[in-house]
Design a protein around this ligand. Structure first.
Ligand SMILES: [Zn+2]
Length: 150
């Protein structure tokens, strides 16, 4: 299931594999450690704070502020066809940081550290496979969800 995530997949199937399924249905889910309550996005099976392996999926609104960003001109393997591109790191309202591409609602010259952003789940098709990811968009950007709740 985790092969759905991202353009080039570096992640093997793990306990957090359902994350990709949630994204496919339009939901952003982080993890909350059952032992200490530490929250991360994307979810992590093992708590970076206390190393507990017990966690629950929790809803993330995807709202946050831009922490930093960079323009990639010399792209790593698998991304050469889309370079140059700009990626950002967002401090999320619910806790944690996420790294993502800027989406089509934001122009390069509008990008400013501290700006409000919305992380939006994305589905894209690539040679017989449906893949999921997420992008950084303007606050208030809407997206589709498959069910009323997941
Ligand atoms: Zn913990």
């Amino acid at each position: 299931m985790f092969e759905w995530f991202g353009k080039v997949n570096f992640s093997p199937y793990t306990k957090v594999g359902d994350f990709a399924g949630f994204l496919k249905d339009g939901y952003l889910k982080g993890s909350r450690c059952r032992a200490c309550g530490f929250k991360t996005f994307p979810p992590r099976a093992d708590c970076p704070q206390c190393l507990s392996g017990e966690f629950d999926f929790v809803d993330y609104s995807g709202r946050g502020r831009l922490h930093t960003y960079t323009r990639i001109a010399a792209a790593p393997n698998g991304f050469e066809d889309v370079a140059p591109y700009t990626i950002g790191v967002v401090d999320l309202e619910e806790g944690g940081r996420c790294l993502a591409w800027f989406g089509s609602t934001i122009r390069e010259e509008e990008i400013k550290i501290g700006m409000e952003l919305q992380v939006v789940p994305r589905i894209f098709e690539e040679i017989e496979k449906i893949k999921v990811s997420y992008s950084l968009e303007k606050p208030g950007t809407k997206w589709g969800r498959r069910h009323a709740d997941a």
